[in-house]
Design a protein around this ligand. Structure first.
Ligand code: S3P
Length: 166
């Protein structure tokens, strides 16, 4: 395997965690979810961090987490949906591994994220929030090495597509 890590990016609800776990199992690599990494380091939840410290503070921690985690190798790393917004994160990801972006149809995303209180950015009018964030992040995932639509493909099919590509 020529890649040091596999990094999964994509909007909320595109299946990063499910695909990442299955991919790690398939490769016999470690699975790391950067949101969980930040939560366990800070001893609090993402929602509480957004509420108590604000989004910019969370983004700083997210950048530090990505840099720290990607020092390691033989890992499948699932990132938070907004991790790609900072250029330094994109550069780090491209340097430290093979980047897979998952995308999904808006209706699929809305169904997956509604009633999820763990996602501070899609509280309230979930439909409106998802559409406006999707619009703002339209090209945010284009830098990936591989882009896969998870709307209809199963987790196993996505893992196979990645294995075929790497
Ligand atoms: C965010 C996505 C979340 C989490 C935080 C912010 C975003 O991760 O990092 O709530 O900006 O899209 P998931 O994509 O795993 O839900």
């Amino acid at each position: 395997m020529k890649h040091k890590n596999i990094i999964i990016v994509g909007f909320m609800g595109t299946g990063k965690t499910a695909v990442g776990k299955a991919m790690a199992e398939r490769l016999g690599w470690r699975f790391v979810d950067t949101d969980h990494y930040i939560e366990s380091k800070q001893g609090t939840t993402i929602s509480d961090m957004f509420r108590d410290l604000g989004e910019p503070a969370f983004r700083n921690m997210e950048g530090e987490a990505i840099a720290a985690v990607l020092e390691g190798s033989r890992q499948v790393v699932a990132t938070g949906g907004g991790a790609v917004l900072a250029e330094h994160n994109r550069v780090c990801m491209q340097q430290e591994g093979y980047v897979v972006a998952l995308k999904a149809a808006p209706e699929v995303i809305i169904n997956r994220v509604k009633q999820d209180e763990k996602r501070p950015l899609v509280q309230g009018d979930v439909k409106e929030r998802v559409y406006s964030l999707l619009e703002a992040r339209k090209h945010a995932y284009d830098f990936a090495d591989l882009i896969i639509d998870s709307s209809t493909a199963s987790v196993e099919e996505i893992v196979e597509q990645v294995i075929d590509a790497i």
